[in-house]
Design a protein around this ligand. Structure first.
Ligand code: TYD
Length: 142
Protein backbone atom coordinates (compact mmCIF):
# COMPACT_ATOMS: atom_id res chain seq x y z
CA UNK A 1 0.00 0.00 0.00
CA UNK A 2 1.35 3.47 -0.84
CA UNK A 3 2.40 5.87 1.88
CA UNK A 4 -0.31 8.37 0.88
CA UNK A 5 -2.94 5.84 1.95
CA UNK A 6 -1.15 4.21 4.89
CA UNK A 7 -2.92 4.09 8.26
CA UNK A 8 -1.88 3.87 11.90
CA UNK A 9 -3.33 0.33 11.94
CA UNK A 10 -0.43 -0.82 9.74
CA UNK A 11 2.01 0.19 12.48
CA UNK A 12 2.46 -2.36 15.22
CA UNK A 13 4.49 -3.53 18.18
CA UNK A 14 6.94 -6.27 17.28
CA UNK A 15 7.97 -8.56 20.13
CA UNK A 16 11.68 -9.14 19.71
CA UNK A 17 13.62 -12.12 20.93
CA UNK A 18 15.01 -11.87 24.44
CA UNK A 19 17.87 -14.15 25.31
CA UNK A 20 17.75 -14.30 29.09
CA UNK A 21 21.04 -14.77 30.82
CA UNK A 22 22.05 -14.24 34.44
CA UNK A 23 25.04 -12.30 33.04
CA UNK A 24 22.65 -9.87 31.32
CA UNK A 25 19.94 -10.15 28.69
CA UNK A 26 20.41 -9.79 24.94
CA UNK A 27 18.04 -8.85 22.12
CA UNK A 28 19.15 -9.42 18.51
CA UNK A 29 17.41 -7.75 15.55
CA UNK A 30 18.12 -9.10 12.07
CA UNK A 31 16.94 -7.12 9.05
CA UNK A 32 14.48 -9.07 6.89
CA UNK A 33 14.06 -11.72 9.63
CA UNK A 34 12.91 -10.07 12.85
CA UNK A 35 11.66 -6.97 11.05
CA UNK A 36 10.16 -6.66 7.54
CA UNK A 37 12.97 -4.59 5.98
CA UNK A 38 16.73 -4.60 5.55
CA UNK A 39 18.47 -2.09 7.78
CA UNK A 40 20.47 0.63 6.02
CA UNK A 41 20.87 3.02 8.96
CA UNK A 42 20.82 3.06 12.74
CA UNK A 43 20.60 6.12 14.91
CA UNK A 44 19.92 6.74 18.54
CA UNK A 45 18.51 9.64 20.46
CA UNK A 46 19.66 10.32 24.02
CA UNK A 47 20.21 13.10 26.58
CA UNK A 48 16.70 14.41 25.84
CA UNK A 49 16.00 17.15 28.42
CA UNK A 50 12.97 16.70 30.65
CA UNK A 51 9.82 18.00 28.92
CA UNK A 52 11.32 18.13 25.41
CA UNK A 53 9.56 16.76 22.32
CA UNK A 54 11.05 15.29 19.15
CA UNK A 55 9.68 14.02 15.87
CA UNK A 56 6.86 16.18 14.49
CA UNK A 57 7.31 14.93 10.96
CA UNK A 58 6.38 12.13 8.56
CA UNK A 59 8.41 10.20 6.01
CA UNK A 60 7.38 9.39 2.45
CA UNK A 61 9.44 6.22 1.99
CA UNK A 62 11.22 5.40 5.22
CA UNK A 63 10.26 2.38 7.32
CA UNK A 64 11.49 2.33 10.91
CA UNK A 65 11.60 0.19 13.98
CA UNK A 66 11.79 2.26 17.17
CA UNK A 67 12.97 0.68 20.41
CA UNK A 68 13.29 2.10 23.91
CA UNK A 69 16.78 0.69 24.47
CA UNK A 70 16.65 2.35 27.89
CA UNK A 71 13.96 4.20 29.81
CA UNK A 72 10.66 5.16 28.23
CA UNK A 73 8.90 7.64 25.95
CA UNK A 74 5.59 8.03 24.15
CA UNK A 75 5.13 7.96 20.38
CA UNK A 76 1.89 9.32 19.00
CA UNK A 77 1.18 8.18 15.45
CA UNK A 78 -1.18 10.09 13.17
CA UNK A 79 -2.34 9.14 9.67
CA UNK A 80 -4.29 12.39 9.22
CA UNK A 81 -7.54 10.70 10.25
CA UNK A 82 -6.71 8.55 13.27
CA UNK A 83 -4.13 8.76 16.04
CA UNK A 84 -2.65 5.99 18.15
CA UNK A 85 -0.25 6.45 21.07
CA UNK A 86 2.30 3.93 22.31
CA UNK A 87 4.47 4.08 25.39
CA UNK A 88 7.67 2.17 24.74
CA UNK A 89 9.52 1.00 27.82
CA UNK A 90 10.91 -2.46 27.07
CA UNK A 91 14.17 -3.08 25.18
CA UNK A 92 12.70 -6.29 23.69
CA UNK A 93 9.78 -4.56 21.98
CA UNK A 94 9.88 -2.33 18.90
CA UNK A 95 7.30 -0.16 17.18
CA UNK A 96 7.18 -0.64 13.42
CA UNK A 97 6.29 2.63 11.67
CA UNK A 98 5.29 2.41 8.00
CA UNK A 99 5.79 5.34 5.59
CA UNK A 100 3.26 8.18 5.49
CA UNK A 101 2.68 8.43 9.25
CA UNK A 102 3.15 11.61 11.28
CA UNK A 103 4.84 10.99 14.64
CA UNK A 104 5.30 13.03 17.81
CA UNK A 105 7.70 11.85 20.52
CA UNK A 106 7.15 13.03 24.11
CA UNK A 107 7.42 12.09 27.77
CA UNK A 108 11.04 10.97 27.64
CA UNK A 109 12.15 9.54 30.97
CA UNK A 110 15.49 10.54 32.40
CA UNK A 111 18.21 8.49 30.69
CA UNK A 112 15.90 7.33 27.86
CA UNK A 113 17.64 6.02 24.76
CA UNK A 114 15.58 5.77 21.56
CA UNK A 115 17.12 3.33 19.11
CA UNK A 116 15.94 3.54 15.50
CA UNK A 117 16.56 0.99 12.77
CA UNK A 118 15.79 2.53 9.40
CA UNK A 119 15.18 1.08 5.95
CA UNK A 120 16.93 3.92 4.05
CA UNK A 121 19.93 6.18 4.31
CA UNK A 122 19.28 9.71 5.56
CA UNK A 123 17.53 11.82 2.97
CA UNK A 124 16.21 15.28 3.88
CA UNK A 125 13.77 15.16 0.93
CA UNK A 126 12.00 12.15 2.47
CA UNK A 127 10.70 14.32 5.34
CA UNK A 128 7.37 16.16 5.58
CA UNK A 129 7.85 18.62 8.45
CA UNK A 130 4.67 20.68 8.13
CA UNK A 131 1.42 19.10 9.34
CA UNK A 132 -0.76 20.95 6.82
CA UNK A 133 1.51 19.72 4.03
CA UNK A 134 1.16 16.24 5.49
CA UNK A 135 -2.64 16.48 5.29
CA UNK A 136 -2.36 17.59 1.65
CA UNK A 137 0.00 14.65 0.97
CA UNK A 138 -2.56 12.26 2.50
CA UNK A 139 -5.33 13.75 0.32
CA UNK A 140 -7.24 15.00 3.38
CA UNK A 141 -6.76 18.72 2.75
CA UNK A 142 -6.56 20.71 -0.47
P1 TYD B 1 15.22 14.65 13.00
O1 TYD B 1 14.97 13.42 12.20
O2 TYD B 1 14.40 15.85 12.70
O3 TYD B 1 15.10 14.34 14.56
P2 TYD B 1 13.81 13.92 15.45
O4 TYD B 1 12.76 13.39 14.58
O5 TYD B 1 14.36 12.89 16.38
O6 TYD B 1 13.37 15.10 16.22
O7 TYD B 1 16.77 15.01 12.86
C1 TYD B 1 17.39 16.04 13.60
C2 TYD B 1 18.60 16.53 12.85
O8 TYD B 1 19.57 15.48 12.66
C3 TYD B 1 18.30 17.03 11.44
O9 TYD B 1 19.06 18.20 11.24
C4 TYD B 1 18.80 15.96 10.50
C5 TYD B 1 19.88 15.26 11.29
N1 TYD B 1 19.93 13.81 11.02
C6 TYD B 1 20.96 13.29 10.26
O10 TYD B 1 21.86 14.01 9.79
N2 TYD B 1 20.99 11.94 10.01
C7 TYD B 1 20.04 11.10 10.48
O11 TYD B 1 20.10 9.87 10.23
C8 TYD B 1 18.97 11.65 11.27
C9 TYD B 1 17.88 10.78 11.82
C10 TYD B 1 18.97 13.01 11.50
Amino acid sequence: MGSKKSTVDECKIIDLRKINDPRGNLTPIEGGIDIPFEVKRIYYLYDVPCGESRGAHAHKKLRQLIVAANGSFTITLDDGTNKKAYTLNRPYQGLLIVPGIWRDLDDFSSGAVLLCLASEHYEASDYIRNHDEFLVYKGIKE
